[in-house]
Design a binder for this molecule. Structure first.
Ligand SMILES: [Mg+2]
Length: 250
């Protein structure tokens, strides 16, 4: 490896996991919030419409690399129930916050993560780069699990408008870190956005397989790209001790 001066981390299934029930709870809170705002909704019908609209918008975002946002598919789901509501309606903004409050309640730091970041902070510039549609919720999650102070840079796809593996989000990340791209090591769990995306953008990549190796169920809604596995030229690590050992070998 080239001399590393900065390390970037993915968030979901790299630093934190989300319980598989989070998505159902999130949708329940979303519907409850919309009902509180005065919409009369039949729960099953709205859920189905919300799921279909989310798949459509997220599918488009994954194809063209431009990040989407929940307000668009909530508006589309409401439309299917006979309500014409702009995505920018404040009732939708309140519902989005209610939706993501479930993720806050059901996410957990992977054991040893804070200790690992504490060890590396001061030796490297540390950054976090996450695909997440709603930036404020991602930042709240990072804060709640106690990680905010470790990072000099936090970049969320929903704030930039592009998502991994698009090269523009990696370029923005490197620019904010203020280091040369080949001196950045990027650590993530999902081959296409995290490993191949980082490599195409000129970063070095490490594949973190803790979640895979422990058979931790992936929360629905946090979609795995399904890309083929990186070849053995990409370092594969299963614990944070492996990462520290890898960096010590430089
Ligand atoms: Mg991930």
């Amino acid at each position: 490896m080239d001399q590393i001066t900065a390390i970037g981390f993915d968030l979901f299934n790299t630093l934190i996991t989300v319980e598989s029930k989070a998505l159902d709870k999130a949708v329940d809170r979303l519907i409850h919030s919309l009902q509180q705002s005065g919409f009369t909704l039949e729960s099953q019908s709205f859920k189905q419409a919300h799921r279909e609209a989310a798949l459509k918008f997220v599918g488009e975002a994954r194809r063209d690399g431009r990040e989407t946002h929940n307000r668009f598919w909530i508006s589309a789901a409401l439309e299917s129930q006979g309500y014409h509501v702009s995505p920018d309606d404040p009732r939708i903004a309140i519902a989005v916050d209610a939706y993501f409050s479930a993720f806050l309640d059901y996410c957990h730091l992977i054991p040893g993560t804070a200790e690992m970041l504490g060890t590396l902070k001061g030796l490297y510039r540390l950054g976090l780069l996450s695909n997440f549609t709603h930036g404020p919720a991602a930042r709240e999650i990072i804060d709640q699990v106690g990680l905010t102070s470790f990072f000099e840079v936090v970049l969320i796809s929903g704030e930039l408008g592009y998502r991994k593996p698009h090269p523009l989000i990696y370029r923005g990340f490197i620019r904010q870190l203020g280091v040369r791209r080949h001196r950045v090591l990027y650590v993530g769990d999902d081959p296409e956005p995290d490993i191949f995306g980082a490599q195409r953008a000129g970063l070095q990549a490490v594949w973190f397989t803790y979640v895979r190796d422990h058979n931790i169920p992936l929360a629905p809604g946090i979609i795995f790209s399904g890309a083929e596995e990186p070849d053995n030229k990409v370092p594969r690590i299963s614990t944070w001790k492996d990462l520290l050992n890898l960096l010590a070998k430089e």
